[in-house]
Structure formats: structure tokens, C-alpha cells
Ligand binder design. Sequence first.
Ligand SMILES: [Zn+2]
Length: 505
Amino acid sequence: MRRSLFSSLLAIALVLPTPHAAFADGLPDLGEAAQGDFSPLVEQKIGNQIINEIRNREPSYLDDPEVNGYLNRIGGKLAAQSENGGQSFEFFALRDPTLNAFAMPGGYIGVHSALILSAQNESELASVLAHEISHVTQRHLARLMNKSSQGQAAALLAMAVAILAARSNPDVAMGAAMAGQAAGIQNQLNYSRDFEREADRLGIQLLERSGYDIRGMSSFFERLQKFGRVYDNNAPGYLRTHPLTNDRIADIEHRIHERPYKQVPDSIDFLLVRAKLRSQLDTPQEAITEFKTQLNQIKTKKFGNEAVVRYGLAQAKLRGGDVAGAEMELAEVRRLKLVSPMVETLAAELRVKRGDHAGAIRLLTAARSQYSQERALTYALVTALQDAGQGAEALRVATDDLTSYPSDARMHALQAKSYAQVGQRAEQHRAQAEAYVLQGQLAAAVIQLEWAQKSNDGSFYAQSQIDARLRELKKQHAEELKQKKTASPQKVGAGATADFSLFLP
Ligand SMILES: [Zn+2]
């Protein structure tokens, strides 16, 4: 259900009686919260809860390792330039037609697909990420919470949640009501503009240190503002009140004034990720038409990257079920010598569509030795091996991979499937339990371990490990239940800080 998560958060936040007390009750760590300190540890716990909710329940969560992998590479490069005191970051994409990005506690940064698509160059996208990273490193959410009066804290929660809910709410009346509420609350938060300015200022530093064109920030924000103006009259409340003001843009321009012009070429990843996202918009036929228009433009104006457009065309044709057409476009991509792991996963996917699992496995194995960091290749390889009935080899690859990426929930789930394929029941449920733990689903993990106990096909050593892990998880789960009982779950709402800077159509 699209709305269930956010509307329930909204309901919770709005009935919040005395926010400070409620915080103290609701936060995972009572000691720190009771002192009124919204500590990094508390923030991290709240952030983990929200991201798990989003991954497990938010239908617009874009579960694409290639898109998210790209965002994490560019975001990681920017974050490495900040004085962040060891803060970790995770970037993820949401399939959403509005232009938005937001930072959550714990360093989780969400980016709407439309924002990625509307960036005209990579520096523009980087500028939004740099701005969000700075909100996190400056601990703006915590500072708001600690500084604000109780009423303001409640209002902030309500606004943050209302904005998140309005973000994807197809029900116009409901969305408008929530946005109206958000608008009223916005007026109380007159310091949020200072935070915006600070995030802009530090964001520009990150951009510069990471080698991007700092003009990306002013050009993007200016365009966003213009775009917003078109919709001014019937825009929802949060659009009319968002503080992306002329002042702020002037401030950014002042900062980058007289800096030498810097031409930064877009990475091929940026172009391919955009082409992939574009191929998923509208109907496949509409996407195909759009890419064909782009091809014509390249021929007449000699501007653009034909191989990238062909890649998008191949993705769109594949989505429309035209495997032969997609193969023809892929051949063009190869002929134009576009080299990327994303081309290899597409090629493998096409082989699988043809029933050529051996071919897919060959392609993915070769690509993996070349691009060892690319998660999508390993997921695809394990899946292809499973589909080809090579459970033992799939298990070997998955197990080997987990030694390098032990907290990869998806790989634990793939490992579980491989164990099932080779008939090791205890290990299957044990691996699935770990996948659930990493997704924050302790109840489901406990059930899996109970099944692991009962399957009784593991070694004595494995069985005693399962017993110990089960005891540990049961204890954790009991504690979690106890906390939920005494606490109202508005702690989840508390963390859902939306960005105040980029609420544009
Ligand atoms: Zn902001």
C-alpha cells in the first residue's frame, strides 16, 4: 500500500501530545533521549528503522542495484570530502515524478527519479547530493529537535511527515490538506532558512573538493525555481512556501561568483542511469519514441551520445517484450564501443530471455572479474546460476561474496535460495533469518531459525550455532516489543525529516 506507511506516520505525529516526553519514551535509547540529547546513535537507530520501513513497504522504493550503486558512488565521493566525523551514508532512489531529495537521520539520503532525470549534467545532480550530505553532517535535524520548543518539535514532526505523505499521495484532497498543514507549520520554523544556507555553503565546498562544477548548484536551483513558478497558482501549499527563494539563489551565485569556469564531463554511469530510468517511464512505446527522437537529434545536431541512447532504446524494447529489437540495439552499443558493467548486465539479461543461461553466466563471470565492485553483476550471476540449476556453484559464489559484504540482505536471501536448491534445509532457514535481521524483521527471523532447528539436517556444530543465534534474536525481539509497548511509535515519524529546500513540482 502506497500510503499506509506515511499516513500512519502522519496520524501518529499529529496526535503527539507532549513531544519531549513522547520522545523520551519513544526513542530506542532512553538514557540519552531523556537528557534531551538527540545523539548520533539515536539518530542512527531511527534512521535504520525508517530505511527498513521504506525498503520493506514503500512501493516507490527503487530496488535497482545499478541505480543505487551509482548514487552511492557519487554520493560517497562527495561525502569523503566532508569533515563528517565518521558518519556513514547511504543513498537510494525513489520512483517519483516530483523533483525532490531529502536527508533522513543516520545519513540516509533519498533522491526522486525525476530529479535525477531533470539534472542536465552530473554536477547538477552532485550539487543536490552535496546539499543533502551537508544537512546530515551539520546534524540539522538534531539541532532543530534540541533547540526547538516542545510545540515546535511536534510541529516539525508533523510537517516532515505531512510532506513525506503528500509527496506520493495520489489523493489530491488529502494531499492538499496535509500540505496546508505543512505550510502553517513552516511559518514557525524561521531558522530552517539558515540551515538551507549552511547546507548550500558547505555543499559548494564538497562539490569543489570533489572536482565538480560548482555552477551546477546555481544552474539547477534556478531551473527548479523557474519550473516551480509555472505551477504557482495551483501548486500545493508546500510548493508555495518552500524556501528556495531568490535570496538563497542570489546567495549561492554570490559564493561562486568569479570562480573560474570548469568544464566537467559527465560520467558514462550518469548517462546510463538516466537512460535506464527514462526507459522505465511511461509506456515502453512512449519511451521508445522518446529515444528515437533523441537519435534523430543526434543525427541532425551532432550533439549527444548515440551509444547511450541505443542503450536506453534496448532497455525500453526489452521492457516492451521485443527481445530481438533490444538485441539489435545492444549490438549497436557494442559497435559504438560503449564499455560499462551496465551493458554487461543488460546483455546477460537478454541471454536469459533467450534461455541461454550458459551464455549469461559466461558474460557475467567475465564482467565480474573486470568490475569486482559492481553488485548488480554478482546478483545477476548468482540468479543465473540458480536458474541454470547450478545450485552448488551459485552457493559458492554467494558464500564467497558474503565474506566481503556480510551485511548484504539481498545476498543472504540469494544464499538461502541456493541452500534450498542443494537441499540443505537448516542452512537455508539460517541464511534467510540473517536476511530478515538485516531488513529489521526480527519476528520473521525468529521463525526462520525455529524452522532451521526443526529441519535437523545440520551438523552438531551448526545446530548449536542456530540455537545460540535463536536465543539471541528472541531476546532482541522481546526487548524491541517491550520498547514498542511503552513507547508510541512516533519515533519513526520523528526521524522522517523531509528536506525543506527542494519541494518543487
Ligand atoms: Zn535543504
